[in-house]
Design a protein around this ligand. Structure first.
Ligand SMILES: Cc1cc2nc3c(=O)[nH]c(=O)nc-3n(C[C@H](O)[C@H](O)[C@H](O)COP(=O)(O)OP(=O)(O)OC[C@H]3O[C@@H](n4cnc5c(N)ncnc54)[C@H](O)[C@@H]3O)c2cc1C
Length: 449
């Protein structure tokens, strides 16, 4: 068995792990190793294609909870940001007021660094804009969605709905870019390195053990930070003896509501260019459409009648509902995942579906064509919650063992997660580099308000 040493080992290269690695490397003075179970697919010819999504998503995109909710879980350098929609929303105010975690200035710094902004009006898509205008006409405050996308980075901004398979045009930022920065600043990146458990001696974390390209390894370290995502992190914690991990989870459970109109639909437009957050009711709506080949697959789960609407894909209008769901179910040691909707979740979902129906009708969809897709989940989170399994500094009950990813969310965000995770990682990096936990970014929250 191969054995090595580091000062800090980070497990997982999604936005949590990548940001932490980059910040620690730039601060200097510590040997940081970043372990990632997947590989870097960005240079592969199939990156950003349907074939790619089959290759790099867990269980070939067929990962389901016990209740039948489909989870999209990319396993690769950059984590789920390799297949995300590139949306950004400020961290919820309750993170500071209820849990004492102030990341506002860190987020504001990242917001500027990553040039987060809505797409210019002419790139938001005619049909998407029609949906937003329909929402506004009904009195809902739809706004252009802030994006991690810079069209100026490419001369062919044209991914449309296939943006979610992986960005081929180069406009969308992913955490793999922060991994590049980290490596350039001296971080040692091990790909195909799957961590199985944390090594704990005399009650302290002292390293990790796992398999790299099929061979066992041990990596000793003074500090271990788990950033393996809302499903990966609780599994490692459970295997390391922290039994409370994975009990309950949030998902921001999602459905699409589709309706067919006479004019061209939103399929070839960038995803989620307009949104409306109904914070009081606990849901977010946005313009979104499944990519062409995924559309019949997901709708087959609802029934053949719905899959057969596929030939009309070009004329479909779509609104995504993202629920601020309650903590329920969990990630279990036997590998199963459960995420039932609670009675309150169902109530919210039905209310949101009614609103989507009104908006689609107003935008020109025919009444008898409107339907809701099966449930899916893209934000597995809250499986090692702040105030429960980790403290406000993200440390577990085991000194030297931290969690820095969506698992640490104390509640469902009900909105895009990535910039909040980046903020948590910047704050933890400052602490691990011997600095203050207080928010110290140069920018202020007014940057994103
Ligand atoms: C289709 C889709 C669309 C989305 N759209 C948006 C959006 O527009 N905006 C937004 O903010 N969020 C979006 N999200 C959610 C967002 O991408 C995730 O919430 C976020 O990436 C989670 O970050 P993380 O660091 O917690 O984990 P992840 O990004 O999941 O990264 C975890 C990493 O750990 C690795 N790993 C797992 N287990 C191990 C192990 N045992 N050993 C070593 N490595 C391991 C994984 O391979 C992965 O690379 C979307 C997600 C999906 C799937």
């Amino acid at each position: 068995m191969a054995a090595s040493n580091a000062d800090v080992v980070i497990v997982g290269s999604g936005p949590g792990g990548a940001t932490l690695a980059r910040e620690l490397a730039r601060a200097g003075g510590q040997r940081v190793v970043l372990l990632e179970r997947g590989i870097d697919y960005r240079s592969k010819p199939y990156y950003g294609t349907y074939l790619g999504a089959l290759i790099y998503a867990d269980r070939r995109s067929l990962l389901f909870t016990q209740e039948g909710l489909n989870i999209v879980r990319p396993l690769m350098v950059g984590g789920a940001t390799s297949m995300y929609c590139g949306c950004a929303a400020p961290p919820p105010a309750w993170l500071k007021t209820r849990y004492g975690v102030d990341i506002e200035a860190d987020v504001a710094d990242a917001w500027l660094d990553l040039h987060i902004a809505p797409l210019p009006a002419e790139l938001r898509g005619a049909a998407s804009t029609r949906i937003a205008e329909a929402g506004q006409a009904l009195g809902y405050d739809w706004r252009p969605q802030h994006k991690f996308m810079q069209p100026a980075r490419t001369d062919h901004f044209d991914c449309g709905a296939t943006c979610m398979l992986g960005c081929r045009c180069g406009a969308k930022w992913s955490a793999a870019e922060y991994v590049d920065d980290a490596v350039a600043a001296g971080v040692d990146l091990w790909t195909q390195a799957r961590v199985e458990r944390v090594l704990i001696e005399d009650g302290h974390a002292v390293g990790v053990a796992g398999k790299r390209a099929g061979k066992s390894f041990v990596l000793w370290a003074d500090k271990v930070i788990l950033a393996a995502g809302g499903i990966g992190t609780p599994r490692i914690l459970q295997a390391s003896g922290l039994r409370g991990a994975g009990q309950g989870m949030a998902m921001d459970t999602t459905v699409m509501v589709y309706g067919e109109g006479a004019a061209r639909g939103i399929g070839n437009e960038p995803p989620m260019t307009w949104s409306w957050e109904n914070r009081d009711a606990g849901y977010m709506l946005s313009t979104l459409m499944d990519p062409w080949l995924l559309y019949p697959l997901i709708n087959t789960l609802k029934g053949p009648k719905y899959a057969l609407t596929w030939p009309r894909w070009n004329n479909l209008l779509g609104v995504m509902i993202k629920l601020t769901d309650e903590i329920s179910g969990g990630v279990y040691p036997d590998g199963k995942i459960s995420k039932p909707l609670t009675a309150r979740d169902r109530e919210r979902l039905h209310a949101a579906e009614d609103v989507c129906g009104q908006i689609l009708l107003e935008a020109g969809a025919k009444r008898d064509t409107i339907f809701t897709t099966p449930l899916r989940g893209t934000h597995p989170s809250g499986t090692a919650r702040i105030g429960d399994l980790v403290d406000r500094n993200l440390q577990t009950e085991v000194p030297g063992l931290y969690v820095c990813d969506a698992s640490a969310f104390p509640e469902a965000l009900g909105r895009p997660t990535v910039i909040t995770i980046i903020g948590l990682a910047k704050r933890l990096a400052r602490q691990l580099s011997g600095g203050s936990l207080d928010s110290q970014g140069g920018a202020t929250p007014s940057t994103y308000r």
